[in-house]
Each structure stands twice: as C-alpha cells, then as structure tokens.
Design a protein. Structure first.
Length: 226
C-alpha cells in the first residue's frame, strides 16, 4: 500500500480560515475508504502576533509551531495564512519542506489563462504576491490606497465572524474594482476572502489560494515515503 506523508498545518490566523482550509483539504483528497485520507497535525494558534499591526515579531512563534509539528511527526508543512508567508524562512528552519500558498495560487492563475491578476490581500501579502507572481510572468493589480484601507477594515470584520450580506457585497465590489482595472483573474490572497467570495460572484476566474494550497498539499503528501 502506498504510504502518504503526514501534513503539518500552521493555523489559527484566523481560526475560521484554518477550518476552511481543512475542509478543502479533505475535499481535495481522492479516497476509496476512510484510511486513504491524509494524517494531518494542526496547530490552531490565534495567539500568533498580528502580521499586519503588531509590534511583536510573529517569526519566532511560527518557527516554534513548525518545530512542534515536526516533532509531532509532520513531514510536510503548510501555512493557512497568506501574509504569514513573509516568515517562510523561519518556518523552513525546522528542516521540513513548505508548500507555498502564493506560488500555487500563481500557478492556478496561469493555468486559468490570466496574465494580469488582481489580488485581494493585506499590504504585506500584496508585496509577497508581487514578488512571487512576477517570477511567474504575471502582473499583479491591486486596489487604490483608499480601497485597500476599506479592505483591511472589512478583513478584521470577517475575522470576527461577520460573514453576512454586507461583507459579501463589499468584497465583491472590491473584486470588481480590480476587474475594472484590467484584472483577468482574482486571487483570494487572504484566507478570509473565500469565506465571503466565490466564483459565482465574478465574471473572471476566481483563484481561491486556500483551495490551491489544499490541492498542492495532497500532491506533496501523496509522494511515497522512502
């Protein structure tokens, strides 16, 4: 029987987004019986310092989470937060491979035929996406400054559980502003975005980075152990 690698997930940023990732991971796993699902170790840690506003450095906390998952038996890591990939080097310091959410989202955008990609994400995540997608030959389109302020306020409402019509309509409106600026696809570059936005809301391809990460993790963990 083919063995699968154990996945370790750095989560809790925020908790609802991590649960969304785990649901998508389960849905992306081809199984014929219960035992075919991946073994997953998850550290849901909402105590990680805010990646956007905190004066505290999230890096050491994320590094400790990664080491704990490794020591618990994880063989492959994933971070269920786009912005936290700014600290990917600290996570990789534990010695385990990391499936990069931003890279696989960019790959999904390319596969959808997009060359100009709108990204809804935090300011820090947008910088990461510009760097990552430029290496993939993609142009990143972002919101204007005042729109980005609106998005960040929306993001924190979603983190507190506001998934109602107002949040959904505002998120869709911001995505349509990116389309109006020439975006040929929209990447949900924050794990809260797919909680309130989906493909049916847009006339261009919707790239759910969370879902792309889930599929990539299944592929990474399906490799036969030595």
């Amino acid at each position: 029987m083919t063995k699968t690698k154990t996945l370790g997930v750095l989560g809790g940023m925020g908790p609802a987004a991590t649960l969304d990732f785990l649901a998508k991971l389960q849905a992306a796993t081809p199984v014929q019986r219960e035992q075919d699902h991946l073994r997953v170790l998850v550290d849901i840690n909402p105590k990680v310092p805010d990646r956007n506003t905190s004066q505290d450095d999230p890096g050491p906390v994320l590094a400790a989470m990664a080491a704990g998952l490794r020591d618990g038996g994880a063989q492959v890591l994933a971070i269920a937060c786009n912005t936290a990939h700014a600290f990917a080097d600290e996570v990789r310091a534990c010695g385990l491979p990391l499936v990069n959410m931003l890279e696989v989202a960019g790959q999904a955008a390319r596969a959808a035929g997009a060359a100009r990609v709108g990204v809804l994400g935090t300011g820090l995540a947008l910088g990461l996406y510009r760097d990552t997608l430029s290496h993939q030959g993609l142009e990143v389109i972002t919101l204007d400054d005042h729109e980005q302020v609106e998005f960040m306020a929306l993001l924190y409402r979603i983190k507190l559980g506001d998934l109602g019509p107002d949040s959904r309509e505002t998120t869709a409106a911001l995505a349509h502003r990116l389309i109006g600026k020439g975006a040929q696809a929209i990447i949900a570059g924050c794990t809260e975005v797919p909680l309130v936005l989906g493909a049916a809301d847009l006339a261009v391809p919707f790239i759910d980075a969370t879902e792309a990460l889930a599929r990539a993790c299944v592929a990474a963990c399906a490799e036969t152990n030595a």
